[in-house]
Write a protein that binds this ligand. Structure first.
Ligand SMILES: [Zn+2]
Length: 317
C-alpha cells in the first residue's frame, strides 16, 4: 500500500537538465528526483522544466532545449509506465490509474532569440508552461535581478503563448514583468502562475512574491508552487528546515490561499541547498508530518500535495 492516500503534483524541477548532463535516466539515479523513489504516492505528476542557461548563447540555449526534448523521449522509451502529458485528458488518465507523468516546461525565454516561430515549435514538442525570464536581460526583457520590463518582443511572445496554449509562469519575473503579465492575461482571460516562488513576507528576496502579487495570482485563478531553494526560504543555509518551507505555505494560507498553493520544489535545480533533513523526493513525507503536527486536516494536506495543482492543470490546459 502507498504511504500516502494522495498523489504528488509538483510544478517545477530541473531534473531533466541534470539527466541530460549526467547521461542517465528517470530511474536509479542520485538526482533529487528518481522515479524509483516516488512509489509512495498514489500518483505522481511533475512539471519538468528545460532551463535556458544564462551563460550560454541564445542558439546554444535553443539547441539545449531540442536536445533535452529528444533525451526525455529517449529515456522514456523503455518505460511505458511514464506518460509524457500535454493535455488535461492525458493527465486525468494517469491520475485515474495511479501512474507517473510529466509535462514539459521552458524556464527562461532566452532560447527564443527574438523569433516568435520558435514558440510554435516549443508547443509542438508538448511544452505547456513557460517561465518568461530567468535572470539578467534577454530578448524577453529584464528578470527579477535587474528589474526590467517585458520588451516589445516579450509582450508579443506572451500574447502568442496565450494564443497557442502555453501558460505563462512569473517565477523569476521582475515586479514590472509581473504586472505586465497579470494585465495581459486578465485581458485575454487566461490564468498564469508562479511555478516556484516563496513569500516575500517570510523572506524578503527579489525571487519571492509580495502579498499583493500572491493575491493577484489567486484572482487570476492561478497557483503558486513552494520552492525548496534555501536562498529563497531564508535563514542561514545550515538551519533551513522543512518547517521553514511550511512557514511560507502557512503565510500564503493566511492570505486565503488554501486552493492556490502547491509544491514547486525546484529539486535538482538547487544543488544540495534543500531543507534539512531532506535529501530528495522520497522525503516529501516530512512535509506531511510537519503539516499534521501543525493541525492541518488531511483534506488540506491533500490539496497542497496534489489537489490544488490538479485543479489548476484542469482549468489551465
Ligand atoms: Zn528557477
Amino acid at each position: 500500500m502507498s504511504r500516502f492516500p494522495f498523489g504528488l503534483c509538483d510544478t517545477h524541477c530541473d531534473t531533466l537538465t541534470e539527466m541530460c548532463a549526467a547521461h542517465d535516466g528517470f530511474y536509479n539515479t542520485t538526482h533529487h528526483i528518481s522515479l524509483d523513489r516516488v512509489d509512495d504516492f498514489a500518483f505522481y505528476t511533475q512539471i519538468m522544466a528545460i532551463y535556458s542557461d544564462a551563460g550560454r548563447t541564445e542558439e546554444a540555449c535553443w539547441r539545449q532545449f531540442l536536445t533535452a526534448c529528444d533525451y526525455a523521449e529517449h529515456c522514456r522509451e523503455h518505460h511505458p509506465e511514464i506518460t509524457a502529458c500535454s493535455t488535461a485528458a492525458e493527465l486525468e488518465a494517469v491520475w485515474a490509474r495511479g501512474g507517473k507523468s510529466y509535462i514539459l516546461a521552458v524556464e527562461g525565454g532566452k532560447l527564443l532569440a527574438g523569433d516568435l516561430r520558435r514558440l510554435d515549435i516549443i508547443r509542438q514538442r508538448g511544452v505547456r508552461f513557460f517561465t518568461l525570464v530567468w535572470g539578467g536581460h534577454t530578448c524577453m526583457g529584464g528578470a527579477h535581478d535587474v528589474g526590467g520590463t517585458l520588451s516589445p518582443f516579450g509582450i508579443a511572445a506572451l500574447r502568442r503563448m496565450l494564443e497557442i496554449g502555453i501558460v505563462p509562469d512569473v517565477s523569476h519575473a521582475s515586479d514590472a514583468i509581473f504586472d505586465q503579465t497579470a494585465a495581459i492575461c486578465a485581458e485575454a482571460e487566461k490564468p498564469f502562475f508562479a511555478s516556484h516562488s516563496n513569500s516575500a513576507s517570510i523572506h524578503r528576496h527579489t525571487r519571492c512574491l509580495s502579498d499583493a502579487q500572491f493575491t493577484e495570482i489567486m484572482r487570476a485563478n492561478g497557483i503558486v508552487g513552494i520552492s525548496f531553494c534555501t536562498l529563497h526560504l531564508g535563514a542561514p543555509a545550515n538551519a533551513v528546515t522543512v518547517a521553514r518551507a511550511v512557514d511560507h505555505i502557512e503565510h500564503y494560507l493566511s492570505l486565503g490561499g488554501a486552493r492556490h498553493v502547491c509544491f514547486g520544489g525546484d529539486l535538482d535545480g538547487i544543488g544540495d541547498d534543500i531543507p534539512l533533513p531532506m535529501r530528495g523526493i522520497e522525503h516529501m513525507y516530512l512535509f506531511y508530518e510537519e503539516m499534521a503536527r501543525r493541525g492541518y486536516s488531511d483534506a488540506l494536506i491533500s490539496d497542497l500535495f496534489c489537489g490544488n495543482a490538479q485543479a489548476f492543470l484542469r482549468r489551465a490546459l
